[in-house]
Design a protein around this ligand. Structure first.
Ligand code: NAP
Length: 490
């Protein structure tokens, strides 16, 4: 396996042996039975093996989390905060090693992998602060006739055992967005990371243990979603499922989970609008990043760009040039912009969707070719609203450009989606910005940037088939606690 080693700040490649990772149950690292190989999607090299959790392992992980609840829910906020703060420091200390793991298992370009670690450092810091801010409020009981003698307030309590299920595309920060607020709020967790990218999550478990997390508060098991994930979400000892992944799997989990709390962070076909008064240079630069980072395998990737007719030719020329400048190849190379897709099936699916669009009349302006797991950054035009590349989630480096006449028309097309995660609009006009804010049914509207923008403390999540519930530390902590009302009859 090749990993990046940092020697006096210089990145160089060293050859080391692939590691055998263990699962984490009740504070112990266990080898388990059957093993799963984890491969680098760029060169298919095995970069580690992980245990495939058995039914019994899943059961023990849940039992361990249930047992640890008493301790973590009673641990004072300042102590939970310190564990999270220390984890943040440890992540910062090991940032190059962990970025190397992210790049190797997910195919994310080195620069974006380093960025993901930096974000997770902040995510844990925000969680450390959030742990000290959990509070209720008083309720004016005398507002209701018959309650004049009551004095009431509510407090927030942890929900209990949380099952956290994460996707492959952000193997560190999307795990952090579940684990950090759960600990901040005093819950225990069973984490099942994506089978393609479990190594970073297991490494994070080691750092949390080093930071002083009590045994059993975090348990990490790996194995297929259809078996391990299914058992986890259906177990009655689990009080909440926090899921990030695709809408079909989200729906399946809802149908299997029974009476629990859920947060569902699902997919999207995000759009951005570029108006005739926009800073075109900025729009082109940000749209290229938003379309191609992680080969478009980001839930808020730019998939549809609506450009006002009068600037369409200029925008398209510049955008094609920006697309052709993307450096494609080995994600571990420092100058790489676009690495492989997560596996061959996904790369072939994207190729098929583009071919179908072309058969239906779409035109490829640049790209459109695949080599093994790498799909070239691709720009389409002449697309129609019934094509998969417009109406479904492409989850690949493919973007369609559609000209428009009026801002109202662009807003209508942006909102014409069964998804509703985030949308972007580039404009200098405040009224256009506010039309977008009011009329697009999404969880976030980003003005003068792409929908791909996210800061880790903001409320983040979707409407419609993009899911429900919000992440972002303060908001996730709220989801992961239950209010308990207290009334004094005086
Ligand atoms: P996925 O196929 O839905 O898998 C996500 C997780 O669910 C994985 O850990 C998977 O395990 C597990 N899983 C699969 N079937 C399951 C079942 N029946 N019961 C319980 N768990 C099950 O998604 P992905 O391909 O990893 O990620 C891509 C999707 O995630 C895209 O749709 C993207 O938009 C979405 N996403 C959303 C956000 C957001 O914040 N809204 C962020 C990132 C990604 P296996 O790995 O073993 O299959």
């Amino acid at each position: 396996m090749q990993v990046l080693m940092t020697i006096l700040g210089q990145i160089s490649e060293e050859v080391i042996v692939s590691r055998e990772y263990k699962m984490f149950i009740n504070g112990k690292w266990e080898m388990g039975g059957e093993r799963i190989e984890v491969r680098n999607p760029y060169n298919q090299e095995v970069i580690g093996t992980v245990p495939n959790a058995s039914n019994k392992d899943v059961d023990r992980a849940i039992a361990s989390a249930e047992k640890a609840l008493a301790e973590i829910s009673e641990l004072p906020a300042h102590r939970r905060s310190k564990i999270l703060e220390k984890t943040s420091d440890l992540l910062a200390r090991h940032k190059d090693e962990i970025a190397g793991l992210i790049a190797s298992e997910s195919g994310k370009a080195w620069k974006y992998s380093v960025g993901e670690v930096a974000r997770a450092v902040q995510t844990f810091k925000f969680a450390a602060e959030g742990a000290k801010q959990i509070h209720g409020e008083t309720v004016p009981m005398d507002a209701a006739e018959g309650s004049e003698n009551q004095v009431g307030f509510y407090m927030r309590f942890p929900v209990g055992v949380i099952a956290a299920i994460s996707p492959f595309n952000f193997p560190l920060n999307l795990v952090a967005h579940k684990v950090a607020p759960a600990i901040a709020a005093g819950n225990s967790i069973v984490l099942k990371p994506a089978t393609a990218t479990p190594l970073t999550a297991l490494r994070l478990g080691e750092l949390l243990q080093e930071a002083g997390l009590p045994d059993g508060v975090l348990n990490i098991i790996v194995g297929p979603g259809s078996t391990v994930g299914d058992q986890l979400v259906s177990d009655e000892r689990v009080s909440m499922v926090t899921f990030t992944g695709s809408p079909p799997v989200g729906k399946r989990i809802l149908s299997r989970g029974g009476l629990k709390k859920f947060t569902m962070e699902l997919g999207s076909n995000s759009a951005t609008i570029v108006c005739d008064d926009a800073d075109i240079g900025l729009a082109v630069e940000r749209c290229a990043m938003g379309s191609y980072a992680l080969s478009g395998q980001v839930c808020i990737s730019v998939q549809r760009i609506y450009v006002q007719q009068s600037i369409a030719d200029k925008f398209i020329d510049k955008f094609i040039a920006a697309t052709q400048k993307q450096v494609i190849g080995d994600p571990l190379q420092k100058d790489c912009d676009v690495g492989p897709m997560i596996d061959l099936n996904e790369a072939e699916r994207v190729e098929q969707w583009v071919n179908e669009a072309v058969e239906g009349g779409a035109k490829i302006l640049t790209g459109g070719k695949r080599e093994e797991t790498i799909y070239q950054p691709t720009v389409l035009t002449n697309v129609t609203s019934d094509m998969k590349v417009i109406k479904d989630e492409v989850f690949g480096p493919v973007v369609s450009i559609v000209p428009f006449d009026t801002v109202a028309e662009a807003i209508r097309m942006t909102d014409d989606s069964r998804y509703g995660l985030q949308a972007g609009i580039f404009t200098q006009r405040i009224d256009s910005a506010f039309q977008a804010i009011r009329r697009i049914n999404v969880g976030g509207v980003i003005i003068n940037d792409v929908p791909t923008f996210r800061a880790d403390h903001m409320p983040y999540g979707g409407n419609k088939e993009s899911g429900f519930g919000r992440e972002g530390l303060k908001f996730a902590i709220e989801e992961m606690t239950n209010p308990k009302m207290v009334c004094f009859n005086l």
